[in-house]
Design a binder for this molecule. Structure first.
Ligand code: GCU
Length: 661
């Protein structure tokens, strides 16, 4: 039976799968070959397109030798479970896959191509994802948390999965989410917060049926379900006196708990664990290493083919700000590099892309280049915690692409080293536009496509998103959207924390400027600005030694302020306000100039958006326009606070005599 396309609740935006995106697929004679649940998903999609736009779809070729415009079929080709090939000859476009997921990805490929999929003739192309795991982590709480709310760092309403302290009863919206994810290539979702509070801990045991219900609706879209678990579960849920990973009773408890999980969800993906991190329990309490902790869970999952994603976000969050010897940036490398080679084959170490925490600009984590014998997953943050909280436009494609293309050593890029996959903290919620800011949908889409192909040009992905989301857009609209999004990350960087210094945000919620908000805090996030200069000395010669965690040539390049790239200068060095950048400007003048420029760029983007009012549905246009007002207000606040702060510290006036307070 073909699987019906999910019915979106009234008022919910179809995002990058509006019906019109299927126009080219719809008007055809289509043959679908093969069987299996995902083939039914494919059939349902084509049938719906035909219902809207004409054409018809059959499952068995007619004996009379009828011809077809589109043939989608499972074939003998060995393209893995997710790959597909396509070609066009003699008026027929053929998509062949070895597995159901590949066929579904092939169909969405045809949707992206639109009319071009049915024009002329073209030779066979094969498509396979570069990374096997392309995952979203939801920081969703089952029960509303008194400080963090329903979704920790969520800026898009409530959770898609949970409401009123339990799994939603109606999961049609989750099904629609699974469909959107499949269309951009995402194949795994962790459905609860990495900070596992007590209610969430129970999902693993007595509430696993709620997770199973979610897994059931994601499965037809090839999306596997994962669960964040508490390292202390044997104590909290099992009543054992210890969670020591080498204790036999603890290991048995995990073995049995995991067996039951697989009873409920046979294709369960595995566990996500935040251990010994920001107060979460972990193996350190028992004098055990993180490899011992991770391997215990890996052993429980191994018989069922599951994976443990063990997060490397381990650092001292109770640091004394007076202590200049401790450097949070060093922590992940210092903790984990000695363990390289000790992790089980189904244990993946999940590393944030930068050494700190998803700032608008950080160097690429040195850990990613330093554990060749460990499966690594790289984690990015689609939810815009530090990048404007979905009130500001900040398209992160270029940042992620820079990270993925970075080479610690010539042999391999980050995208190639991420053998354990690419993971993003999701930015989606139950908001009618999914992501709060309608343009933030582009981040979710771009993430999926870059996870499929880390060396893709992000600008092409952006245009793909525009083409799908606004299928009938005249050029003025697509150009306007492209202009609004393309440079928005660099714009955001300009009016916020300069030259890689980061962290000048309001503590707690992390929105808006507060230059000294974290300066005397225990979080290890300082800028050390005084009357003479600013920045953190992380050199080997005179600083914390962090620069030495990189291989050559980076260690040498970052070591000296003369060779360190401008955009990371204050991350690696403490320099005077008069220090001359490679750009030829003094640091202080760079701060003034970029802050004025950043605001001017937001004003321009707002103007461009206002000019598109006649081409965008009123609801979407108004939502974005309203957010531009807030972005501009906030950007001006950033500009004026940052500029005034540094003017007051340094006493150096703006060369161009602009207003500083
Ligand atoms: C950040 C974020 C937290 C989150 C943490 C994590 O510090 O502010 O809310 O829990 O990252 O990645 O675990």
């Amino acid at each position: 039976m073909p699987l019906p396309v999910p019915a979106l609740p009234e008022g919910v935006d179809p995002a990058w799968l509006p019906p019109a995106a299927f126009r080219a697929v719809g008007g055809r004679r289509t043959l679908i070959r093969g069987s299996g649940p995902l083939v039914e998903t494919v059939h349902g999609e084509v049938a719906e397109a035909c219902r809207r736009f004409g054409g018809r779809v059959v499952r068995e070729a007619r004996p009379d030798g009828a011809t077809y415009d589109l043939v989608l079929g499972l074939g003998a080709d060995d393209l893995g479970d997710e790959g597909f090939s396509c070609a066009r000859a003699d008026g027929t476009t053929t998509v062949t896959a070895s597995g159901g997921r590949g066929l579904l990805y092939g169909l969405f490929h045809v949707v992206r191509l639109g009319e071009a999929a049915f024009t002329g003739g073209w030779a066979r192309q094969t498509h396979r994802p570069a990374l096997d795991l392309r995952m979203l982590d939801h920081w969703d709480n089952v029960a509303v948390h008194p400080v963090m709310g329903q979704v920790e760092r969520g800026y898009a309403g409530g959770s898609l999965f949970w409401a009123d302290g339990r799994a939603r009863g109606d999961l049609e919206r989750v099904r629609a989410y699974g469909r959107l994810l499949a269309a951009c290539g995402i194949n795994a979702v962790a459905v609860n917060n990495v900070n596992v509070h007590e209610t969430e801990a129970h999902l693993l045991t007595d509430r696993i049926h709620e997770v199973a219900a979610i897994a059931d609706v994601l499965r037809p879209y090839g999306v596997a379900t994962h669960l964040s678990v508490s390292f202390a579960a044997p104590v909290v849920l099992g009543g054992l006196p210890t969670a020591d990973p080498l204790d036999e009773a603890v290991r048995d408890w995990w073995g049995e708990a995991t067996r039951r999980v697989y009873e409920a969800i046979p294709d369960f993906g595995g566990y996500v664990v935040k251990a010994d991190s920001e107060g979460q329990p972990g193996p350190f309490a028992y004098g055990r290493s993180h490899a011992e902790g991770a391997n215990m869970l890996a052993a429980a999952l191994e018989p069922f083919g599951g994976t443990v994603h063990w997060r490397a976000f381990v650092y001292n969050h109770r640091q004394d700000w007076r202590d200049r010897t401790t450097d949070r940036a060093r922590a992940a490398y210092d903790h984990f590099v000695p363990l390289d080679g000790e992790f089980a084959a189904n244990a993946v170490l999940q590393v944030k892309h930068g050494p700190m925490d998803f700032q608008v600009r950080e160097p690429v984590s040195p850990l990613i280049g330093a554990m060749p014998r460990t499966r690594l997953a790289v984690e990015v943050q689609a939810t815009q915690e530090y990048t404007g909280q979905q009130r500001h436009v900040c398209w992160l494609g270029p940042m992620w692409s820079e990270v993925l293309r970075f080479r610690h050593e010539p042999e391999a890029s980050v995208g190639e080293r991420a053998r354990g996959g690419l993971v993003a903290v999701s930015n989606a919620g139950d908001d009618p536009f999914w992501t709060g800011h309608p343009l933030a949908q582009a981040n979710l889409y771009t993430f999926g496509r870059l996870a499929w192909r880390p060396d893709a040009d992000p600008c092409e992905v952006l245009d793909e998103w525009i083409g799908l989301t606004f299928p009938e857009a005249p050029e003025r609209l697509s150009d306007g959207l492209h202009a609004a999004l393309d440079g928005s990350w660099r714009t955001y960087e300009k009016y916020t924390a300069p030259l890689g210094v980061g962290w000048m945000v309001q503590p707690g919620h992390h929105y808006g400027p507060s230059v000294d908000g974290y300066e005397y805090s225990p979080w290890g996030t300082y800028h050390f600005a005084d009357r003479d200069g600013i920045g953190v000395d992380r050199s080997v010669a005179s600083g914390t030694g962090y620069a030495g965690q990189y291989a050559k040539p980076w260690a040498e390049l970052y070591e000296s302020p003369d060779t360190c790239p401008d955009e990371l200068l204050l991350f690696f060095h403490h320099v005077s306000y008069g220090h001359t950048l490679h750009s030829g400007k003094a640091v202080i003048q760079h701060i003034y100039d970029t802050h004025f420029e950043g605001v001017a760029e937001v004003e321009e983007a707002r103007r461009v958006w206002a000019g598109l009012a006649d081409l965008v549905e009123p609801g979407r246009h108004a939502r974005v326009a309203e957010r531009y007002e807030e972005q501009l207000r906030s950007a001006r606040e950033w500009r004026d606070q940052i500029n005034s702060y540094f003017f007051r510290k340094s006493g150096v006036p703006d060369e161009r005599g602009r207003r500083i307070y």
